[in-house]
Design a protein around this ligand. Structure first.
Ligand code: NAD
Length: 366
C-alpha cells in the first residue's frame, strides 16, 4: 500500500516527519513524499530519502497513493486527482469546513479529519488538537514573557525587590494547563479560570489559584467540552475577569466552545483599565477571539496594552509540531488499517467521528 504525503501550504506542518516515515516503511508500507513537503518545518528531501521514502511530484503523490496525508486544507484541483477509494487524512477543521464537503461530492475519496476525533482514552495517542494546543500554550507564555518589559519571577537584588509578574489564564483545557505550567516555571503568580469546575484540581496541582464563579452549566453529554452559559453567569464571570485582569501583567486566553464563536471574556473596558505594558495573548482569535479588541493573526496596541491574536502559535514550532502530528497520524493509521484498507472499523467511534459525511453526487459510482 502506498502512503503519500502532500505539502501543507497553510501551515509550517508536515503530516509525516522522516523518522515516522521510517516506521511506516518498516511496517511494509511504501512512502512517497512531495518534494519540499517538509521544508517549512525543517525536514528536507534528503532526510526523507535516507529514511527510505521516495521523493516525487505533487501530481504523482495524489494520483498514485492509496492513503494521502496532509495538514489543514486541500484544494478541489487536488481532490479531483486523488485515486477513487483513496483515504485522505488531515485536520480540516471538520466542524465548520463546508467548502471541502462540497468539493468531495464529486469524489470517492474517504476523508478523515483528525480534529473531530473523540477526546477519549483510546483516541488519546491520535489527538492532534491536544498535541498542537500543548505546544501553543507553552509558546503563548514564552511570547508574552518576551513582549513583557519585566521579570516573570520575583527578583531580590541589592537595589531592591521586584515583585513577580501576575499572569491570568482564561480557559484551562490542554493549552491553558500548559500555559499555567509554563508561567509557573518562569516564576509568575498564576491565576486561572474555566467554566468546567472539573479542572479546579488540575489547576491547583500546577500551583495556580483557581478563580471561580458559582453556577456554571456543565453537560456530561458534551464530550468533556464546555457548553454555553446563562446570561446571569456570563455577567458575573465578566465582572470577576475584569477585576482580575486589571491587576494582571499578562492575560492568556484559550477559551473555546467547539463549532461556535469563542466567548468574549475580555471587554473593551477591561483593556482600557489594564496597566500600561500589559500583554494579552488571545489564542481563540481564529474563532472570533476571547478579547473584544483582538484581531486574528495581528498584534494591536491599545494605549500601551499589547494584544496578540494568534490561534496557531504551534506554527512557530514547526519541527516539533510536525513530529507530534506525525505520531498522531501514525497511531491513527495503525488503528484504522489494522485489517487492511478495505476493512476499516466503521463501527468504532474513531472512524465514525473523524470520517467526514458527504452526500456523493449520483454521477459518482458507488
Ligand atoms: P477547548 O480548546 O475546546 O477549550 C479550552 C478551554 O476553554 C476548555 O477548558 C473550556 O472549558 C474553556 N472554556 C470554554 N468556554 C469558557 C468560558 N466562557 N470561560 C472560561 N473558560 C471557557 O478545550 P480542549 O483543551 O481542547 O479540551 C476539551 C476537553 O477535552 C477537556 O475536557 C479536556 O480535558 C478533554 N480532553 C480529553 C482528552 C482525553 O481524555 N484523551 C485529551 C485532551 C482533552
Amino acid at each position: 500500500m502506498v502512503i503519500g504525503v502532500v505539502k501543507c501550504t497553510a501551515e509550517n506542518l508536515v503530516a509525516l516527519v522522516p523518522q515516522v516515515a521510517a516506521k511506516l516503511i518498516k511496517d511494509e508500507y511504501q512512502v512517497v513524499v512531495e518534494s519540499g513537503a517538509g521544508k517549512s518545518s525543517g525536514y528536507n528531501d534528503e532526510v526523507y530519502e535516507s529514511s527510505g521514502a521516495v521523493i516525487s511530484t505533487r501530481n504523482e503523490v495524489l494520483t498514485k497513493a492509496d492513503v494521502i496525508l496532509t495538514g489543514t486544507s486541500i484544494p478541489k484541483t487536488d481532490i479531483d486527482r486523488i485515486k477513487p477509494e483513496a483515504l485522505l487524512v488531515g485536520k480540516f477543521n471538520g466542524r465548520v469546513e463546508s467548502e471541502l464537503i462540497t468539493n468531495l461530492k464529486t469524489s470517492r475519496a474517504q476523508v478523515f479529519s483528525l480534529d473531530l476525533l473523540p477526546r477519549s482514552t483510546i483516541a488519546q495517542s491520535m489527538d492532534v488538537l491536544s498535541s498542537l494546543a500543548s505546544l501553543s500554550g507553552y509558546k503563548a507564555v514564552v511570547t508574552a514573557a518576551d513582549e513583557f518589559a519585566g521579570y516573570f519571577p520575583m527578583m531580590t537584588t541589592s537595589a531592591g525587590t521586584i515583585p513577580p509578574a501576575r499572569v491570568l489564564i482564561l480557559g484551562a483545557g490542554v493549552a491553558g494547563l500548559q500555559a499555567i505550567a509554563t508561567a509557573k516555571r518562569l516564576g509568575a503568580i498564576v491565576e486561572a479560570f474555566d467554566v468546567r469546575t472539573a479542572v479546579r484540581e488540575e489547576v491547583q496541582s500546577l500551583g495556580a489559584k483557581f478563580i471561580e464563579v458559582e453556577g456554571a452549566q456543565e453537560d456530561s453529554a458534551a464530550g468533556g467540552y464546555a457548553v454555553e452559559q446563562s446570561e446571569a453567569y456570563i455577567a458575573k464571570q465578566k465582572e470577576l475577569i475584569h477585576e482580575t485582569s486589571v491587576k494582571a501583567d499578562v492575560v492568556i486566553t484559550t477559551a473555546n466552545i467547539p463549532g461556535r464563536k469563542a466567548p468574549i471574556l475580555i471587554e473593551n473596558r477591561t483593556v482600557n483599565a489594564m496597566k500600561q505594558g500589559s500583554i494579552i495573548v488571545d489564542m481563540a482569535s481564529a474563532s472570533g477571539g476571547n478579547c473584544e479588541l483582538s484581531k486574528d493573526d495581528q498584534t494591536v496596541d491599545i494605549d500601551g496594552v499589547k494584544i496578540i491574536g494568534d490561534s496557531k502559535l504551534y506554527n512557530q514550532m514547526g519541527k516539533q509540531a510536525s513530529l507530534l502530528y506525525s505520531n498522531n497520524i501514525y497511531n491513527f493509521l495503525k488503528y484504522v488499517l489494522k485489517e487492511g484498507k478495505d476493512k476499516l472499523p466503521y463501527d468504532s467511534e474513531i472512524v465514525s467521528q473523524s470520517l467526514l459525511k458527504v452526500e456523493r453526487e449520483s454521477t459518482v459510482s458507488a
